[in-house]
Design a protein around this ligand. Structure first.
Ligand code: PBG
Length: 328
């Protein structure tokens, strides 16, 4: 009998939408989504980012509005990137109390700080004139330990301004420990650190560099970000080190091309794991959809489900507000 007619029929549980909904193993919730936002000093109107249709560099005013929309949709948090009017070798804008990101963090803290989590990306590349994530030596290399001092100062300035989570993204050795010590010494022992622990030197960041105006003026970031072909143990080592230095949550970035890494990190740790669906992942979908080549909304949901299924507890995505609304 069973040779001709199968007994096991997995299709039974797929037959209707309620059945599929009931047995779904992977679900998305708005609170797990984090919206990355850009705020630029000295512009009168929001400036569209050409390679990321739908994403803008905000004014302080439009940033507040967009943050309210995110909060209204139930998004879990926002992460802020600042673009100063003037850049220099040491990235002075990063820890200037009057710097654009500090002013914008204070705006967000007072307006939506009780409704969602205000996070700050801590790095120097948006603030340096050379576009690298740290302080350069004479030879043009990023000096790890001099850079740590700058990250510590930037994190303290962000915490004082109202940041509720600090997220160091520069991939310097010891950055979590240096920032933890500086935050504690300045009275911010309660502020969690979300480490960009596993961050690959990825071509998927291309559109972000237009959005944040931070393309390196020479060379690339391969000497500090991880090699996409590097050993998987290197990723695990970065995670362990960040946890030992006091990270409260860890991140893998980019997301879609590194689902295996997300999965392995999830198995290794007992803290929340975040994944960053980066600018290039966003741009590819928007570009293909604009050409009518894919079903935009379904591809967005499918990619987020894949990231969630791989093991991410939190997802940073430029579609956070839109998707949160769709999930409501
Ligand atoms: C560095 C930083 C980058 C991104 C987030 N933080 C760019 C880089 O490392 O070159 C990329 C995010 C994206 O592509 O969406 N401060």
């Amino acid at each position: 009998m069973s040779a001709e007619f199968p007994v096991a029929r997995p299709r039974r549980l797929r037959r209707t939408a309620p059945l599929r909904r009931m047995v779904a193993g992977t679900r998305l919730h708005p609170a797990e989504l984090i919206l990355p936002m850009f705020v630029k000093e000295g512009i009168a109107e929001p400036a569209p980012v050409g390679s990321m249709p739908g994403v803008v560099q905000h004014t302080r005013e439009s940033l507040r509005k967009a943050a309210h929309e995110a909060a209204g949709a139930g998004v879990g948090g926002v992460i802020l990137f600042g673009i100063p009017a003037v850049k220099d070798g040491r990235g002075s804008g990063a820890d200037d109390p009057e710097g654009i990101v500090q002013l914008a963090l204070a705006d967000l803290k007072s307006e939506v700080g009780d409704d969602l989590v205000i996070m700050a990306d801590t790095c120097l590349d948006e603030y340096t004139d050379h576009g690298h994530c740290g302080i350069l030596t004479e030879a043009g290399e990023v000096d790890n330990d001099l850079t740590l001092e700058r990250y510590a100062a930037a994190a303290v300035a962000q915490a004082r301004a109202g940041a509720q989570v600090i997220a160091p993204s520069g991939m310097m050795d010891g950055q979590v420990g240096a920032i933890r010590a500086a935050l504690d010494a300045d009275g911010h022992a309660e502020i969690p650190i979300l480490g960009y622990s596993v961050k690959y030197a990825s071509a998927f960041y291309g559109p972000f560099r237009e959005a944040a105006e931070c393309a390196p003026q020479f060379g690339d970031r391969s000497a500090y970000q991880q090699d996409p072909a590097g050993p998987i143990g290197e990723a695990m080592r970065e995670i362990r080190l960040d946890l030992a230095e006091g990270a409260d949550a860890v991140m893998v970035k980019p997301a879609l091309a590194y689902l295996d890494v997300i999965h392995q990190v999830r198995e290794l740790v007992d803290v929340p794991v975040a994944a960053y669906q980066v600018s290039g992942e966003y741009a590819m979908v928007e570009a293909a959809a604009a050409n009518g080549w894919i079903d935009r909304d379904r591809v967005i949901m499918e990619s987020l489900i894949a990231i969630r299924r791989a093991g991410a507890d939190l997802i940073l995505t430029y579609w956070a507000t839109e998707v949160a609304r769709r999930l409501a």
